[in-house]
Design a protein around this ligand. Structure first.
Ligand code: SF4
Ligand code: SF4
Length: 338
């Protein structure tokens, strides 16, 4: 049952508060570019993390259709201003056409970024039971950029957030990626890691944390990586339910709103990307996707129109304070200096 205090928060008022805050800080939230297409191709995942904001698990079967994938590839081909294809899920590697899409996007000259959970390379495919061990070689052959969540550099905290055994498997994959030059080639083969807090608090300083991660992973496991992205936990979905159950939702929202940083609004991801759901519907970001906040004038791939997308009004709500708190939080880590 939801906590009664948290349940009394008027969502519309909080939403207006975010828009007002941005306006009064002299910033706006208009799109500045459209250079990245983020596609969520499946909700299937080999893991079922308790904090997962897209509710993925080995039991989910939603997957992007061939028609939708072909439409995306056609848009990538026609639009040379889209430089990056950001592929996420679930575990995107589990989609039957994952490798085809990567190959075709690379052949078009796009940067391909994979949101890779590390363990998927060690576990059998949850449905077909096929081995996924060839993933590090595939990534190396097609020169993708890898972004992987490793909630902490110690086993206890990582397994607490992502499940028993996740840390050991993640370390094995990281070592395999290092052997293929990811994270060890001075940026030629990119391997970035993601940290997010285990509770209702803001992430620590990204630069300091990156140094600590690098030291521990190198000393204990011989692992190197390029950058650490310190992300804020968004007050949505499972995490929001958890906060309300604990009676700390209001307090967390006050923390986020109190740490509002106008400079962070400049670099948030909704200003330069569009997020595509598995069914081809369009959103300002994957958080809005989870919340069902579909774009108004260009709701799906069928109605794709670059000019309209660049002129759209980004839909915001209370969760947006998660992107502008402190040093800011986006899919590429901090968006501003604190
Ligand atoms: S690995 Fe990622 S997509 Fe899969 S359940 Fe965990 S958070 Fe969700
Ligand atoms: S949650 Fe999405 S729409 Fe809101 S500020 Fe962040 S990126 Fe933009």
């Amino acid at each position: 049952m939801e906590n009664s205090t948290a349940a009394t928060i008027p969502e519309a008022k909080v939403s207006t508060a975010f828009a007002n805050r941005v306006f009064h800080s002299g910033q706006d939230l208009k799109p500045t570019a459209l250079d990245t297409l983020q596609i969520n191709i499946t909700k299937l995942c080999n893991q079922a993390c308790v904090h997962c904001h897209v509710d993925s698990s080995p039991r989910r079967r939603e997957a992007m259709s061939d028609e939708t994938l072909d439409r995306i590839l056609a848009i990538l081909k026609a639009d040379d201003q889209i430089k990056t294809l950001d592929i996420t899920g679930g575990a995107p590697e589990l989609h039957a056409r994952f490798k085809d899409v990567v190959k075709e996007a690379r052949a078009l000259g796009k940067t391909v970024m994979i949101r890779h959970n590390l363990t998927v390379a060690q576990d059998p495919h949850p449905v077909t039971k096929e081995s996924m061990h060839d993933l590090p070689d595939f990534f190396a052959e097609y020169g993708v950029e890898i972004v992987s969540s490793l909630p902490y550099y110690q086993e206890f905290f990582t397994d607490k957030q992502r499940g028993s055994g996740v840390f050991k498997k993640s370390i094995t994959t990281l070592q395999q990626l290092n052997e293929r030059g990811f994270g060890t080639s001075g940026g030629e083969r990119v391997l970035n890691l993601v940290y997010n807090p285990v509770g209702a608090f803001l992430p620590p300083n990204q630069e300091d944390l990156e140094k600590t991660y690098k030291k521990h992973l190198k000393e204990n496991f011989g692992i190197s990586f390029d950058q650490l992205f310190a992300l804020t936990n968004m007050p949505i979905h499972r995490f929001k339910v958890q906060l309300k159950r604990l009676g700390t939702y209001e307090e967390y929202m006050e923390t986020l709103s109190g740490a509002f940083n106008p400079a962070a609004a400049k670099g948030i991801m909704c200003r330069n990307l569009v997020s595509v759901a598995y069914d081809g519907t369009l959103y300002d970001c994957d958080f809005n996707q989870v919340l069902g906040m579909k774009l108004r004038d260009v709701p799906d791939l069928q109605s794709w129109n670059r000019e309209k997308l660049l002129k759209r009004t980004i839909k915001t709500d209370d969760h947006c304070f998660g992107c502008t708190a402190g040093a800011g939080s986006s899919c590429g880590g901090n968006t501003a200096d604190e």
